[in-house]
Design a binder for this molecule. Structure first.
Ligand SMILES: Cc1cc2nc3c(=O)[nH]c(=O)nc-3n(C[C@H](O)[C@H](O)[C@H](O)COP(=O)(O)OP(=O)(O)OC[C@H]3O[C@@H](n4cnc5c(N)ncnc54)[C@H](O)[C@@H]3O)c2cc1C
Length: 520
């Protein structure tokens, strides 16, 4: 999977495409897989790197959403629980079953959450991850050795999924490619074109690396730009009312010792009425998230001071070892593409369901939902797009489609487990030159071979692509990622046959961007 092969496919393709997808996050790439695996010709264009938007900045949960159950949204939870089960089946190398403990400090909490979580498991039906149960105080402390013991009465454990979002996204891009789709990163769509009747019939985009301009025609254009959806909708019709209410969520990352467990903590009600998680992830502890309505979506959102303080204070209520600012290894922010309900107010209460809107111009916008339900969103969207574009009807096949890297026992690849079937290929690079197997930084496990692999096989084009989304260095430990950057730039320049000026420019822009992830 290389960019030059994608351009070869692009140039070899006669217009029009069956479908053009704008946006290379979970939603857009999911649509590309669905459409390509049904046999439609698909072109997907991403303005930056795949997953640069929200899809690399999630809480990393493949879940039904316990919270939505409490809000009475049973059908949404059931749908998500089914998708959770399908994702575990189709990408077992990246999705894990994780125990979540709700600690109880009040007498009523155990029966209350116990019943709710039993229902959660029942709704999963044959896609269940394991029965929930009430834990004694001792069992709770065994599962969560760092939980604050004063006043602790016990807990309730339930099971949900956990994953690596941007690794899954890169594997989804590979799956779409294998199904015949053409997908380009660094290809922003700048305009939409229309036919004589005013229907959107194509896009203008350029290659950010070369500046070359392109036009492509499509029977239907799908807007999967997440929090940026209104921007593209306005290109089709400047008078449309906004449909997105962007809301920011942040996470803080600490070292493993703060949780020191293979179970997560789930706090059902924080003081601002949200759910908060503390989860073990890649040998670290990730705590989040907040929900702050914001004005306009940006590609590199920054955590607000009050959000950082809120998470520090809330985690201190539950963790024996209270995290301080100095303990923060990385802070990252993401923007939920929530669909407006028509009323202003608390974004935590806005619909988490997905929306597919067909504009008068024929542009289809698919947004909302969540990572967990990307496959179902794609199925709905392609059904509607095929009808609108008068394409021959073809059934969706993604329920049973393995995702690139599929492996049922990838733990056997040790630290390379997340590569699944690609792990032996990364190992081959390491075996070719054992120096390439050395960690690039003492605090993180990533090797030079992984950088080379990312450039050769995963369309990584910048130092940020490698450190933020092919590896998760920036999200786990921003200072370590900054230390690794020069070597990564050097390795990439050698692979891409680029010069010292490119290296220097890459280093400078990565340093500038990574400042956002360091809590000073
Ligand atoms: C803090 C937080 C935590 C979350 N946690 C979870 C979780 O644990 N589990 C879960 O299931 N869900 C979670 N979600 C929700 C989930 O992450 C999102 O629903 C999902 O990632 C949205 O994907 P998307 O593809 O619609 O948007 P995005 O990932 O933002 O993708 C849109 C893409 O469109 C591109 N784009 C924009 N304009 C253009 C253009 N003109 N040309 C080309 N490309 C363009 C952008 O660069 C971007 O990459 C979370 C969300 C947030 C914010």
């Amino acid at each position: 999977m290389t960019r030059s092969e994608m351009y070869r496919r692009l140039r070899a393709h006669p217009d029009p495409w069956d479908m053009i997808v704008v946006g290379g996050g979970a939603t857009g790439v999911g649509v590309a897989i669905d459409a390509a695996s049904r046999g439609y010709d698909v072109l997907l264009l991403e303005q930056n790197d795949f997953g640069k938007g929200t899809s690399s900045r999630s809480t990393k949960l493949v879940h039904g959403g316990v919270r939505y159950l409490e809000q009475g949204n049973v059908s949404l939870v059931m749908e998500a629980l089914k998708e959770r089960g399908l994702l575990l089946r189709n990408a077992p190398h990246l999705v894990r079953n994780l125990g979540f403990v709700v600690p109880n400090y009040d007498w009523w909490e155990a029966p209350f959450y116990g019943i709710g979580l039993k229902l959660y498991n029942l709704l999963a039906g044959k896609y269940g991850f394991g029965a929930s149960r009430i834990l004694s105080r001792e069992e709770t402390l065994e599962r969560l050795p760092t939980i604050k013991p004063e006043g602790l009465r016990g807990g309730v454990i339930y099971f949900d999924g956990q994953f690596d979002d941007s690794r899954l996204l890169i594997n989804l891009v590979a799956t779409a490619f294998e199904q015949g789709a053409t997908l380009l990163n660094y290809a922003p769509v700048t305009e939409l074109s229309k036919d004589a009747e005013g229907f959107v019939d194509g896009v203008q985009f350029h290659d950010s690396e070369t500046g070359e301009e392109f036009e492509a025609r499509g029977n239907v254009v799908i807007n999967a730009t997440g929090p940026f959806a209104d921007g593209l909708r306005r290109k089709a019709d400047p008078t449309v009312q906004p449909m997105i209410a962007p809301s920011q969520g942040i996470h803080l990352v600490f070292d493993r010792s703060f949780l020191a467990a293979d179970n997560a903590i789930m706090v059902p009600h924080t003081s601002d009425g949200r759910v908060m998680f503390a989860i073990p992830w890649h040998g670290h502890t990730v705590v989040g998230t907040t929900d702050t309505p914001i004005g306009e979506a940006t590609l590199e959102p920054a955590a607000l001071e009050q959000e950082i303080e809120f998470i520090l204070q809330t985690s201190a209520l539950y963790l024996e070892k209270k995290p301080t600012r100095a303990d923060i290894l990385s802070v990252f922010a993401g923007i939920r593409p929530l669909v407006r309900s028509g009323e202003a107010g608390n974004t935590a209460a806005l619909s988490r369901d997905h929306t597919i809107r067909i504009e008068n111009s024929g542009l289809i916008t698919v947004c909302g939902g969540k990572w967990t339900t990307y496959r179902h969103m794609a199925e709905d969207c392609v059904n509607q797009a095929a009808t609108l574009a008068r394409l021959p009807e073809r059934p969706c096949v993604t329920e049973h489609l393995n995702i690139h890297g599929f492996h049922t026992a990838s733990e056997k690849f040790g630290r390379l487990w997340m590569f699944g079937t690609d792990a032996p290929l990364v190992e081959q690079i390491e075996e070719g030159d054992p120096a390439l197997a050395e960690p690039l930084d003492s605090q993180l496990p990533y090797s030079a071979a992984e950088v080379i692999w990312a450039v050769r096989e995963e369309m990584a084009r910048t130092v940020e692509d490698v450190l933020a989304r092919r590896t998760r260095a920036l999200f786990l430990n921003a200072r370590a990622a900054l230390r690794m950057a020069a070597r990564v730039a050097n390795l990439m320049a050698a692979e891409l046959k680029l010069d010292a000026d490119w290296e220097a420019e890459q280093l400078a822009s990565f340093r500038q961007m990574a400042r956002n992830y360091v809590a000073t």
